[in-house]
Ligand binder design. Structure first.
Ligand code: HEC
Ligand code: HEC
Length: 261
């Protein structure tokens, strides 16, 4: 299986023009959007990455391997960031460094870029005024959007409709635990003193970790004070089913979010 993928990659690489040398230095993917590079990158991905990130790149929650279709919407994530994460790995996690050739790394980046969800040109025909009221009543406890005041437990939703499709957003609202973005993973930290604090994990390294707690305080814990970190499978965002918000109301919410800037 690995062998077959390897031959495919070699074949695709031979067909590609050798344009990367100059551009690579600036961190721009020379193969961006090139169908053959995307294909070869996909083969590499299935051979080397799918065991952890899933064949569709949507991540595997139980081992904390993130959904790679979501990362592109995060601030600071671009081709160069993804390239260096794949090459160097993420210290302190099971994400390993990969000793691949530069060409192969860029082909992987080209493939992963096709996983990004965009909602750019979608139509948002809901009633934004009603959406604003629904947002204030149901969502602002944890989210901010545009000029609306709000909480910080969930991500800022300003401009989210330009990064993710309406279908994907509806899914996130109906089934929040289906995919949880890095920086918002739910955990319970138990301290040596017997305290248990639940929140979303912001940062962790060998010495400390930081959460935004359910009560929306930023808390930092030294590793030596932590007895256990339990990763929770359920998002801290409540499920909004049809009975809470029907499809028309969701359309109104998305129209409001689309107008927020
Ligand atoms: C052994 C499991 C494993 C393998 C194999 C693996 N990854 Fe990862 N990867 C992870 C984990 C876990 C993380 C999250 C680490 C963290 O955030 O602490 C991660 C993070 C990433 C990130 C950063 C995501 C973000 O949101 O910033 C990228 C990009 C990535 N992996 C791409 C790849 C690619 C491409 C491959 C194959 C060449 C690969 N990974 C192979 C486990 C793996
Ligand atoms: C109690 C807190 C809380 C409430 C209330 C809440 N959310 Fe969330 N939301 C979160 C958290 C935490 C996340 C990140 C984890 C996840 O994706 O489930 C999140 C994630 C999301 C995402 C995915 C964001 C992205 O960048 O992909 C969307 C969309 C969203 N919420 C919309 C809403 C809407 C719309 C409402 C109101 C109807 C709402 N949320 C109410 C906490 C909340």
């Amino acid at each position: 299986m690995f062998r077959v993928a390897g031959i495919g990659i070699l074949f695709a690489a031979l067909c590609l023009p050798l344009v990367w040398q100059g551009a690579a230095a600036q961190g721009v993917n020379p193969y961006a959007g090139q169908p053959r590079a995307v294909l070869a990158g996909g083969a590499l991905f299935r051979a080397q990455c799918a065991t952890c990130h899933g064949a569709d790149g949507k991540g595997i929650l139980s081992i904390d391997a993130p959904d790679l279709s979501l990362m592109w919407a995060r601030d600071g994530v671009n081709d160069e960031y993804v390239f260096s994460v794949v090459r160097d790995g993420i210290p302190g996690s099971i994400m390993p460094p990969h000793g691949l050739r530069e060409t192969e790394l860029w082909m992987l980046v080209a493939f992963m870029a096709t996983l990004a969800e965009g909602g750019g040109d979608a139509e948002f025909s809901g009633d934004a005024g009603n959406g604003r009221r629904l947002f204030a009543a149901n969502c602002s406890e944890c989210h901010r959007a545009g000029a609306e005041a709000g909480g910080v437990l969930g991500p800022v939703l300003t401009g989210v409709t330009r990064r993710r499709s309406p279908e994907a957003l509806m899914q996130s609202i109906r089934e929040p635990s289906g995919r949880i973005e890095r920086g918002f993973r739910p955990v319970t930290v138990e301290t040596g003193a017997g305290e248990a604090v639940t929140g979303v994990l912001k940062n962790e390294d060998a010495f400390s970790l930081q959460l935004v707690t359910e009560d929306q305080d930023l808390r930092a814990f030294g590793r030596d004070a932590v007895r256990q970190v339990a990763r929770l499978g359920e998002s801290l965002m409540p499920v909004f089913g049809e009975a809470d918000l029907d499809d028309d109301e969701l359309a109104d919410l998305l129209a409001f979010l689309h107008g927020s800037q």
